[in-house]
Write a protein that binds this ligand. Structure first.
Ligand SMILES: [Zn+2]
Length: 187
């Protein structure tokens, strides 16, 4: 059975030692349990903390762990309320591909090649807006899109693409675009 609190102690310890290489003895002591390695896996897999090991970084030796920063962690509420089965179902349904930018799990990220794509489960309609944990309201999102950085990383649309969008817009919306352009380029 899971000892309550060990995962919380480890999470706190990692967050207090961001950027430090931590070894297994330290983590065992911080967790206060021989089950510490399983709790570290839960922080990685269920809560999304990017705790690096020798599998991720060549400078790390086996038994060494590193959390560089906390910004990759999703809202913990997401991870807790969605079952493993639902996560697996949604990831499979979405072809292990980010539904916003198309990044594929495990491959280097298209907008940030230094990062390996990790997928999270996100809500289509946010829970604060009444969205549920039903699979129909869930989708796979990469860390980058999950952080809301997608607007910064998406390529700017070409004029060709913009014109296509404008041509199929309503006349009223086309007028709004025209008004905006006239305002921006008065001469
Ligand atoms: Zn993405």
């Amino acid at each position: 059975m899971r000892e309550p609190g060990a995962r919380d102690r480890l999470r706190k310890y990692f967050l207090e030692h961001l950027g430090e290489i931590l070894d297994s003895d330290t983590l065992r002591e911080a967790a206060g349990t021989s089950e510490w390695a399983r709790r570290v896996r839960e922080l990685r897999n269920e809560e999304g903390y990017q705790i690096l090991t020798h599998n991720d970084r060549s400078e790390l030796k086996p038994g060494q762990y590193l959390l560089e920063n906390a910004r990759f962690a999703p809202q913990p509420a997401f991870a807790r309320t969605i079952s493993k089965e639902t996560r697996a179902y949604v990831l499979d349904r979405n072809g292990f591909t980010c539904q916003m930018c198309g990044a594929v799990a495990g491959e280097s990220h298209p907008y940030d090649p230094t990062r390996k794509t990790r997928l999270h489960i996100g809500h289509i309609i946010d829970k604060s807006m009444g969205g549920t944990d039903d699979p129909a309201n869930l989708r796979a999102l990469c860390s980058v899109c999950n952080e809301g950085a997608q607007n910064l990383t998406l390529d700017r649309p070409s004029s060709e693409k913009l014109l296509i969008q404008i041509r199929r817009a309503t006349g009223a919306d086309q007028l709004k675009v025209l008004e905006w352009l006239i305002k921006k380029f008065p001469k």
